[in-house]
Structure formats: C-alpha cells, structure tokens
Design a protein around this ligand. Sequence first.
Ligand SMILES: Cc1cc2nc3c(=O)[nH]c(=O)nc-3n(C[C@H](O)[C@H](O)[C@H](O)COP(=O)(O)OP(=O)(O)OC[C@H]3O[C@@H](n4cnc5c(N)ncnc54)[C@H](O)[C@@H]3O)c2cc1C
Length: 438
Amino acid sequence: MTDPKPAVSSDVMTLAGELGAERSKPGWSTFSLALNEEQKEIRDWAHTFAAEVIRPAASEWDEREETPWPVIQEAAKIGLYGLDMNVNLFVDPTGLLMPVVHEELFWGDAGIAMSLMGTGLASSAIFSNGTPEQWSQWLGRCYGTPDDVRVAAFCSSEPGAGSDVSAIRTRATYDARTDEWVINGQKAWATNGGIADIHVVVATVDPSLGTKGQAAFVVPRSEVRGLEQGTKLRKHGLRASHTADVFFDNVRIPASNVLGGKEKLDARLAKAREPRESGGRNASMATFEMTRHLVGAQAIGIARAAYEVALEYAKGREQFGRPIIDNQGIAFKLADMALEIDAARLLVWRAANMSSALMRGETPDYRHGEGSMAKLKAGEVAVRVTEEAIQILGGNGYTREYPVERMHRDAKIYTTFEGTSEIQRLVIARAISGMRIR
Ligand SMILES: Cc1cc2nc3c(=O)[nH]c(=O)nc-3n(C[C@H](O)[C@H](O)[C@H](O)COP(=O)(O)OP(=O)(O)OC[C@H]3O[C@@H](n4cnc5c(N)ncnc54)[C@H](O)[C@@H]3O)c2cc1C
C-alpha cells in the first residue's frame, strides 16, 4: 500500500516560506473586520449618547409625533450633530465609521435618530453633486450651529413619482431675464419637508430626457417666497421624524443654485440630446449604491435593539417552571435573529468599504448591486427580527409598555423608503444579468 499522505517536498516548503514572507507585507494583510481604537472610541461615544439621551426619550417623542429639537440641540452641543461630525465620519478610509455610528444611534431609537441623520440626505446630495463653492455655501447651513440648530430636506418623491423617478413632474425653468430658476410642483413624503431651511429639490429641466433631463436645486426656505409645507403625515413608525408634502409655487432661486452649476448642467443636457451610445457603466447606479448601505446600517440598529430586548426577556420570563429561552422553539428564534443581524451587517460593511473608494477620488466598482444587497437584506432582517421580538415577548410585546412594538413599526419603513425591496431586487437582477429586467 502506498502512503496516502506524501511527504511535503523541501521545494514546496521553500516556496511556502517565500510566499509567506511576501504576503506578510502590509498590502497583503489589509482585510480586517476589526475596528481600530479610534473607530471604537467614536462608536462608544455615539452609543453612550444613544443609551443615555436618545433611548430614554424614545417613547415620549414617538407619542408626540414631533421633531425632538432638544435632543438635536444636545447632540449638536457635544458635536454629534453637525457638518464637522459628518466630515469626520466620511473621511474614514475604511468607510466603516459612518455605518457604525448610524447603527448605534438607531439602536437608541429610530425616530429620533432619523431626526438627527435625515439632514444627511440633503447634505450628501450637495456633497456628491455640488461644486466646492456650493459645499462652502450650503453644507454648514444644512445643520446650523449648536445654538441655532437646523435640519435639511431632500425632496425627490412626488405623489406620482416614488419608485419611478423618471415620472417627476416638478419643473425648473430658467428665466434668462433675471438669471434665476423658477420652480413649480409638489413633493411628497419629504423627511424634514417644510421645517428645513435648506431643501434640495429634484426637478425636471427637460421632461423629454427623462431622468437625464433632471437636476437638483438648493432652495433656502428663508430666502424665497412660494415654498409651503403641505400635509404633515401621521405615520405607522418613525413618528419622531417629520414627514410632509412640500409645494413650490413659482419659487425663484439664483441660477447658481443648481447643484454642479448651470454650465455643467447645460453641457450634460446637450450630451443627453445626442444620439445614445450603448454600453459603459451606469453612473447613476453608482451614485445610489454609495449611500444605500447607510440605510441598511440604520435598520440593523433597530434589529439589534429588538433582539437584545427579546434575549433578556427570554432569559427572565418563566413559563412551565423554566425560562422560556430553555425551549428550543424560543432559543432557535434568538439564534436566527443573531445570525441574520450579523449577516446583514457583513453586507453593509462590505458595501461601506467599497464606498471608501470615494476617498481616493475613485468611483466604487459595484458589480452586483452590493449597496442594494446591503439595504435589502438589512431592511428585511429588521422587519423579521422585530416581529420575532414581539412574539418572544408574548402579550407584553404587543403593548406600549415594552419598546419592541415601536421598533417593529419603525422597522417596516426599511422595506419601502430609499428604494423598496422590489426595486432593490430589480437593481441586483439588472446588475447580475446585464439585462434591462422590468
Ligand atoms: C417615512 C418616509 C420618509 C420618506 N422620506 C423621503 C425623503 O426624505 N425624500 C424623498 O424624496 N422621498 C421620501 N420618501 C418617499 C419614499 O422614498 C417612497 O415612498 C418610496 O420610494 C416608494 O415610492 P411610492 O411610495 O410611490 O411607492 P410605489 O413606487 O408606488 O410602489 C408601490 C409598490 O409597488 C412596487 N413597485 C413599483 N414599481 C415596481 C417594479 N418596477 N417592479 C416591482 N415592484 C414595483 C413597490 O416596490 C411597492 O411595493 C419617504 C417615505 C416615507 C414613508
């Protein structure tokens, strides 16, 4: 009989030694899921604020269904709300700080955290589409100062244009006589709509070009006439976050308020009117993909909060003479909850890490809708985990004496806003197939 395990030749050992030495150089050992000391410090700082300020206030602001201005102010005073904070998180070369902080704040409470982070929708739009001059003009104003805090709104959706962004009817017309844009239309479901000073509004300049004929405009409410808040919506969840329709009636803004500048817009429109070329990467997909993982991180924060409540409850609640966690039927639910939360976070961190290419001035190389995968998975995990948490808490879970019913209400929006689950699947399906699946 021959030996099934032949001895490793010395040549192979030499090769292994050489390769081992080569691969212990820095470029080969960059993969890590461990946060560094500074990242941990910032995460713990956000967690402390979430535990000591946000969570104790969660039920009150959920019932009041109002923007928690005192909490925003407190966050601003310690530097947790504001432009500086966002820049600090954004410049992390791993891309992880932003989702890590989102997860902690939403662990505290999603409604309040949305009031703190909703401004990021508008400031990200200014950052990704604006010129450096526009950054200095508008980004600080989105947040105000610790003594005079402000929020900002990003207004894309309309009554007839939710998933179908190409159906946007809000119109921006250039008035050469006064060198101004004139905006008319109605926006729907805008987070901070009408209470914000800075509204970033997506409008069509040339409806014949579909989404390519659209642009984003900065509308400072305090400097214009004709911007009115419509109905403030009463919602299922995220009730501490203000959501409203916004009307624009002949709102005039300077020509320079179009993000990216008018010259660039004119050049883009001219290019869009040229006969279409096929192939190439879809730039708009990359833009959306870059922020989707953050929404996923928010959903994970909610899921983790509900899981922790359920785990503690299952250890303490006794039925049939033993803790309910002593039954596999309950313990396996908790095991699945922990598993799914971690799986979702891994997808979020992968997409976050890919987005860090921005820091190098590159466009992240999304191939399979990785940002959409992260948002889709985390949103669906949040809904499932919060529902299971209610189940584990039994009758108590269904009451407002315990937080999991609120967390379940908050979680549900994560399969709808920032692209519904169906639209995320569409993005992924198109990315993996290269086909225009409908
Ligand atoms: C609390 C809250 C906050 C929000 N904040 C903002 C904000 O700050 N700014 C903003 O611009 N918008 C905001 N929105 C709007 C949100 O982004 C939209 O509600 C969302 O994009 C879905 O659009 P819709 O509601 O019109 O649904 P629809 O597009 O009408 O979709 C209805 C259903 O049909 C499905 N569907 C649609 N098209 C397809 C398709 N091609 N294939 C398969 N299924 C499809 C959808 O998945 C969904 O299940 C917010 C909404 C809420 C509720």
